[in-house]
Ligand binder design. Structure first.
Ligand code: NDP
Length: 286
C-alpha cells in the first residue's frame, strides 16, 4: 500500500501551550533513575504526563518517582526492568499500560552503557555483545513492544485525550537516545562498538518512522558530551580534549536535553518523524 490509505489530515492549529502539553498522556522512559533520563521524566511530568521510570540497578529511582508525583501532581512510578531481556520489557510495558489508564503515548528508549573494555582488538567479544545488547538490541525490543500498543490504539480508532483540543490526535511517539558518537568517531578511539550501536539506533528510528507512519512517529536525540555518570570512566585528560573541541566551550548539563525530548514527545512535533536532533554544543558542526 501507499501512505495515503489512512487519514492524512493535518491537526488543527492550536496554542503553543497546548502544543507542548502532555496532559493525560502516558510516557515510559528507560534508564531514568538518574542522568539524562531523569531530566526527561521531569520535563514530561511538568508538561502534565503520567510517567513510568525504568531503572535497572539504581533503587534511588523509587524515591525520585515519589518526589516527582509530589512536585508535579501527576502519576509517577518506578519499575525495575532489564532492557536487554525482551520478555521482561514486553511484560513491564503491558503492566504499565494497564495501570496507567490503559494507554501508552510516548516511549523513550534511553538506557545505555559505554564500552570500557579495551577496544576492538584487545577487548573481549563478550563485552562487544553486552554493549550492542544494551545500546541497540534494547531499543529494538522496546520499539517492538511499544509499537504493538501504538498500533493497537490506532486500530481501535485512536484513544481519546479527554480534556485536550486534539481529541483524535493519538499518534504514538517513540524516541531513542542515540549519541553524537553515532555521527562521528569521537576520541577516545576505543568506542567502535558503542559508536556502531548508536549509529544503529539512529537508523532504526529512521526506519521505524516509515514502517510505523500510520500510527506513530519515531525520532532520536543525539546528546554530545553531557556531565553524567556514564562518562565517569573517561580519564580527565580525555575529558579536557573533548571540552577543547566543543565550540560552546563546555560540556552540557542533563537538564539541557529537556527541550529536545519534550518537542519530540509532544504535538509540537506533529510533522517531525524519522529525524535525529543533535544536542552537542556544536561539536559535530565543526
Ligand atoms: P546514566 O549512566 O546516568 O544512564 C544510563 C542508564 O541506563 C542508567 O539509568 C542505567 O540504569 C540504565 N541501564 C544500563 N543498563 C541497563 C539494563 N540492562 N537495563 C535497564 N537499564 C539499564 O548516563 P546518561 O544519562 O548519560 O545516559 C543516558 C543515555 O544517554 C545512554 O543511552 C547514553 O549512551 C546516552 N548518551 C550519553 C552521553 C553523555 O555524555 N552523558 C552522550 C551521548 C549519549 P541503572 O542506573 O538503574 O542501573
Amino acid at each position: 500500500g501507499t501512505f495515503r490509505e489512512y487519514n492524512t489530515e493535518a491537526p488543527q492549529e492550536t496554542s503553543v501551550k497546548q502544543l507542548f502539553s502532555l496532559k493525560h498522556k502516558t510516557a515510559i522512559v528507560s534508564g531514568s533513575g538518574a542522568g539524562i533520563g531523569l531530566q526527561v521524566v521531569h520535563a514530561f511530568a511538568e508538561a502534565g504526563a503520567n510517567v513510568a521510570i525504568w531503572y535497572h540497578g539504581n533503587k534511588e529511582a523509587l524515591d525520585r518517582a515519589a518526589e516527582i508525583e509530589k512536585k508535579y501532581g501527576v502519576k509517577c512510578k518506578a519499575y525495575q526492568t532489564d532492557v536487554t531481556d525482551y520478555e521482561n520489557v514486553k511484560q513491564v510495558i503491558n503492566d504499565i499500560t494497564k495501570e496507567f489508564n490503559g494507554r501508552l503515548d510516548i516511549f523513550v528508549a534511553n538506557a545505555g552503557i559505554p564500552w570500557t573494555d579495551g577496544g576492538m582488538i584487545d577487548g573481549p567479544l563478550t563485552s562487544y555483545h553486552k554493549v550492542v545488547a544494551t545500546d541497540l538490541d534494547s531499543v529494538f525490543y522496546s520499539a517492538k513492544a511499544a509499537g504493538e500498543i501504538f498500533r493497537r490504539q490506532y486500530e481501535a480508532g485512536g484513544v481519546s485525550l479527554t480534556g485536550t483540543t486534539m481529541e483524535n490526535y493519538s499518534y504514538g511517539s517513540f524516541i531513542a537516545t542515540a549519541s553524537m558518537s553515532g555521527h562521528i568517531a569521537n576520541i577516545p578511539q576505543l568506542q567502535s562498538a558503542y559508536n556502531a550501536a548508536k549509529a544503529g539506533v539512529r537508523h532504526l528510528c529512521q526506519s521505524l518512522a516509515v514502517e510505523w507512519v500510520k500510527f506513530a512517529r519515531a525520532n532520536s536525540v543525539s546528546p554530545g558530551y553531557i556531565a553524567t555518570e556514564i562518562s565517569n570512566f573517561v580519564p580527565p585528560e580525555t575529558k579536557a580534549i573533548w571540552r577543547s573541541k566543543i565550540p560552546m566551550g563546555r560540556e552540557g548539563e542533563a537538564h539541557e536535553l529537556k527541550g529536545a525530548y519534550l518537542y519530540l514527545a509532544s504535538d509540537a512535533s506533529s510533522y517531525t518523524t524519522g529525524t535525529d536532533i543533535l544536542v552537542d554544543g556544536g561539536y559535530c558542526a565543526v
